[in-house]
Write a protein of this length. Sequence first.
Length: 377
Amino acid sequence: MKTLLVGYKAQDLFEVDRRGTRRPASWLDGDITCHTLDIYHCHAIENSSCGVKAVCSPHLPKGDWDLIKFKTGPKLMSGELSLDLLQEIHLLHPKRFELEFDGRERDRNDLLSKIKDDPDRVRDFSATWPASVPGGQKLMLTSFPGCFCHRRVDDGGLALAEVVARELSANSPLDGRGVSHPSSDIASRCSLCSGDTRRPRSARRAAPTMNILDMGCGCGLVGFLVVSSLSDSHQAPSTVSPERSESRQRSLEGCAAAPHESTIRLVMVDSHTRAVEAANLNAEKLGIPTEVILSDNGTPAQMDGSFDVFVGNPPYYSDYRIADIFLETAQRALKYGGVCYTVCKNADGLEPVQRRYFPEVEIIRRRGYAVLKSVKN
């Protein structure tokens, strides 16, 4: 029997017997695939030795499923993500469906009531909404259920984007046309324009590049606002149109080939497949060349020491263990002289974690949030 599990995590696939021995759950039988939206949970299942195959993707895998089991509840996922996944399950036409609801019966009935009257109606659960920083263009960003702050701007992310955009625009080696200003503070720290005698002569003459890493990117709010503010800092703000997106993409791509011009390289990282899907879609819509990486462990080793700027809005839960991964990534990914920016509601919890990797931390207040700034020395 082919079974697809949806919404289950590694710990759900085990049970403890009377002797206290942990073993695979007795109901695991046949050809079982467990779908996850987050690569962290996928890796946990793969490493659990429970005999279940793991698939990580933004949408449910197609197939002739005999049974689909869906685990959900208010504490497990948002109601909108539950509805989205229920719709995908319905469209797969499994021979049998089971719902495991972790919550009150009233909440379960409320969820099912939203689809029982017209189960065949296909709804679009995506959302497109505006975001901007002072002096920058209004960007229209799309998000999906499962993305952090779906349907709205995250105030912490916006505070981070505003601080970083302001500081980089004031010190950027890029003007509105992508032209280099090597005398600027950021440019002087960029290894491609610092006259670093350890690099080959050909590399020292190369066009300077500002490399930006956005970790935990979500739909791309922070990274896209920062890059947009740099490329348009000398232009009047407006809403990005498709024609303007194509123009920006040509500008950002074309300036890399010019010997005396600078370019921006944007890399985004997230562990959630829906976030990666949204970031890729927004990059295409906005015309901003972007490399988006699905990872639960930061950037690959070959990127170490290659970034000028790191931005991150780490989750606060898990006793800042995830924030520790963010900052460990920032420390190894940044060049010497590169700048790390993180954001939190209260600096008391995050600041000690950041100081483990960066001894000096400057706190910048914005929108009721604390932006923590450090330089890699």
